[in-house]
Design a binder for this molecule. Structure first.
Ligand code: OOG
Ligand code: NI
Length: 426
């Protein structure tokens, strides 16, 4: 039997998701075009940066690069999702506790982990699992759990294809198209809700995220994010073409030597929903986002990042409506003065990961690109699309063990993965 490679399957799946999302959320298409244009300008302007990028992680991957996000309702759904993504060479990395930010989910990111797989196609999916244990109303929790346990997000055909591939050691070429078509169906937007208008309202009033997960027959993809080389320029463009970008860019401030991840999003669109009782309504969940990726930090660098960010946010907590964006920007710049903005200084202080020196890159430090997410940023992205008019306050309670039990495996430690990449000779 001849198999399609995990990378080809992942690349085809990512492209198919992008095409689907373009039809579902037209502003996403606008965003892709805008980012491609900005990236071309940057590459033209900054030969030094593009050389680093090219050497470090391949320019070709940029145009195909994106991450998506989904929200699941149960341990069974998460465990099956892990099996689906594994066949595309995507594995769970890191644990994100969003309950600290008042959001009743915990998450991981499914992504490729080797240098070759990342360079070929770095598609990632930020995947959240609903924390039913954080819903305090007993009867509402029972209702939500019963609805979730009855829905079937994977078709029989999808499950059969996954099982067959696991037994035979890969997805046969002949199954590849069906495999992707069935996988797309899982993430497609479906406007017929599983609940009545009244129940939707109750769920929504408890927490909008609960309504988004429990009310629908599947985990619709809620955004797909292209990678930009200049998020400040892209954000300005977004405003110019009338895409309503958030006032504040999440993550570190603008720097000469980019670190980790900077992100911004535009507001979710309102989509028509047909409720079980025949009533028509609307739901807002799906939005657009762009991101700029920089160097992966060591544990020491990450601690310094967290300290600087916390200091900025103590000084000025960014308001949801963007009214204090300017003040927050100043606080951020001020707080990050402590973080060296020079590759050689960062290397000397062991703050970031760099590839090993080799003949072709003598003297040039090539940073390892950050491939993961940031919990504070993720919380900001969730919140900007949820609003905060919810009745139930969520108690912070990190529970990685519970998440890994649901997943059926431990999540990978991102620092170990970056250290392994840094030991590679490019
Ligand atoms: C996920 C939000 C997190 C990011 O880029 O940090 C995320 C969600 O809204 O489901 O995608
Ligand atoms: Ni995102």
């Amino acid at each position: 039997m001849s198999f399609i490679s995990e990378t080809d399957l992942r690349a085809n799946f990512s492209a198919a998701m992008s095409a689907m999302y373009r039809t579902e959320v037209p502003a996403y298409g606008q965003l892709i075009d805008l980012v491609a244009k900005t990236n071309a300008t940057v590459i033209h302007r900054q030969s030094d940066f593009s050389q680093r990028l090219q050497a470090g992680d391949g320019l070709a991957r940029l145009s195909a690069e994106r991450h998506g996000a989904i929200r699941l309702g149960s341990a069974e759904e998460l465990a099956m999702m892990r099996r689906l993504f594994a066949l595309m060479g995507m594995y769970p990395v890191d644990y994100y506790d969003l309950s600290v930010a008042g959001i009743p989910v915990h998450s991981t990111a499914f992504r490729p982990i080797t240098l070759q797989a990342l360079n070929e196609n770095p598609f990632r999916v930020f995947t959240s699992l609903l924390r039913l244990d954080l819903i305090s109303d007993d009867s509402l929790r029972d209702i939500a759990s019963s609805i979730i346990s009855k829905r079937q997000i994977f078709s029989t055909k999808m499950t059969d294809l996954i099982e067959k591939a696991e037994v035979s050691g890969g997805v046969p070429q002949d199954d590849a198209n069906a495999f992707i078509a069935e996988a797309l169906m899982i993430f497609k937007w479906r406007q017929t809700a599983l609940v009545s208008k009244a129940l939707y309202k109750t769920l929504h009033d408890t927490h909008r995220l609960i309504a988004d997960i429990v009310s629908f027959p599947g985990p619709h993809i809620n955004h797909l994010t292209p990678r930009t080389l200049d998020i400040d320029a892209a954000q300005t463009e977004m405003h110019e073409v009338g895409l309503n970008a958030k006032a504040v860019i999440e993550g570190p401030p603008k720097r000469a030597c980019p670190i980790l991840l900077r992100q911004t999003s535009f507001k979710a669109l309102e989509e028509t929903v047909k409720f079980q009782d025949g009533i028509t309504g609307a739901h807002t969940a799906r939005f657009g986002e762009i991101e700029q990726r920089g160097a992966a930090l060591t544990p020491k660098g990450r601690t310094l990042y967290d300290t600087c960010l916390a200091r900025a946010r103590d000084d000025c907590a960014p308001a949801a409506d963007g009214s204090n964006a300017q003040h927050y920007q100043t606080a951020l710049d001020e707080a990050f003065k402590e973080f060296p903005d020079d590759w050689h200084e960062m290397e000397a202080a062991k703050l970031a990961y760099f590839y090993r020196d080799n003949a072709s890159s003598k003297g040039t430090l090539i940073p390892v690109i950050y491939e993961d997410f940031l919990p504070v940023s993720a919380a900001g992205i969730f919140q900007s699309n949820l609003g905060d008019n919810t009745t139930q306050k969520i108690t912070a309670s990190s529970n990685q063990k519970l998440f890994e039990t649901a997943l059926g495996t431990a999540v990978a430690d991102p620092f170990a993965l970056y250290a392994a990449l840094a030991s590679e000779n490019l």
